[in-house]
Design a protein around this ligand. Structure first.
Ligand code: GLU
Length: 304
């Protein structure tokens, strides 16, 4: 498959068209990003790469980092993890409080904010230096030592993330957080503030295209079963309350973030990242969804 030609064709089709959408502003630092940024990077398990536009520029990966948090926590806690967080799509916005109250502090899945706060709590409990060890883990997965937190973004979110304070406090009241609310929020905000380029993110997501085995080293980071489960969660829960539509139109497991990034995988074949900061109402990158829908349509292959 000539992915490079397909991506070129998609980009030329999109050129000059207006797609709307708005950059996230509820985290003040994210509002400073140029809304016209647009990057794509696809890499295959055979080490073929194709990119477009701002694919080498680092951006705030936000909720995409929840996948890395889960990748670290799952092998540590094993199946016990699912006592503290579910595996069902939420059908609600990523930061909704209502469902959490009904469901007694057990989040629907690990990719909504409440679920990622539980994962943060798990990691804080088992790691000696949670923030630095998590960063080392992401550096190792990506094979790239330049990956870092953006402290400005993390602090900006800590100052204004009132909903996350509410979610964490509610879960603490139900006994589903072991650590102090402020420590969980601090770790969570740093996790979400990681910056990566499309190229770096696609390279890292190859792990999920490769069924949990690190491509370079051949090391199993996740077992085949854990990798299957993690990809299933991405497919059903990775796109906020638009996961159904993403699956319907694109047909690949993936995860989006409010920084405008989307990372997706075609297991056994490739990973792809698209970055464009303008988001639709559900919080997904408008152009990102558009590119990925066209990609699986034009190539005629998806997981289905
Ligand atoms: N750090 C963001 C928040 O908690 C992540 C949201 C996202 O990317 O979905 O609001």
């Amino acid at each position: 498959m000539d992915y490079s030609a397909v991506i070129k064709e998609i980009v030329s089709e999109l050129e000059g068209k207006k797609f709307g959408g708005k950059t996230a502003t509820y985290i003040p630092e994210l509002a400073t990003v140029d809304e016209n940024k647009f990057g794509i990077h696809l890499c295959t398990l055979q080490n073929e790469h194709c990119s477009f536009g701002d694919s080498d520029e680092k951006f705030s990966i936000q909720s995409i980092a929840k996948v890395f948090g889960l990748t670290m926590a799952y092998p540590i806690l094993g199946e016990k993890l699912w006592k503290r967080v579910g595996v069902e799509p939420s059908g609600n916005p990523f930061n909704s409080l209502v469902q959490l109250e009904y469901e007694q502090g057990v989040p629907r899945n690990p990719l909504i904010n409440a679920g990622a706060l539980v994962i943060s709590d798990v990691l804080i409990s088992v790691l000696k230096n949670p923030k630095s060890e998590f960063l080392e883990f992401v550096k190792r997965l990506s094979g790239n030592s330049s990956i870092n937190y953006n402290e400005k973004v993390a602090e900006s979110e800590k100052e204004t993330g009132y909903r996350n304070v509410a979610l964490a406090s509610l879960m603490k009241s139900f006994g589903n957080l072991d650590n102090l609310v402020e420590d969980v929020l601090d770790f969570y905000c740093y996790m979400c503030s990681i910056e990566m380029s499309c190229q770096e993110l696609a390279q890292t997501f190859l792990l999920y295209a490769n069924h949990g085995k690190e491509v370079q080293s051949g090391e199993m980071i996740l077992t085949a079963s854990q990798s299957k489960r993690l990809s299933a969660i991405m497919l059903t829960c990775g796109f906020y309350d638009q996961a159904g539509e993403f699956s319907f139109k694109v047909g690949l497991p993936g995860k989006s973030g409010v920084g405008g990034g989307i990372a997706a995988v075609f297991p056994g074949h490739y990973s792809i990242t698209v970055w464009s900061p303008k988001l639709n109402k559900a919080g997904n990158s408008v152009l990102g969804m558009e590119v990925l829908e066209r990609l699986t349509t034009k190539t005629g292959v998806s997981i289905f």
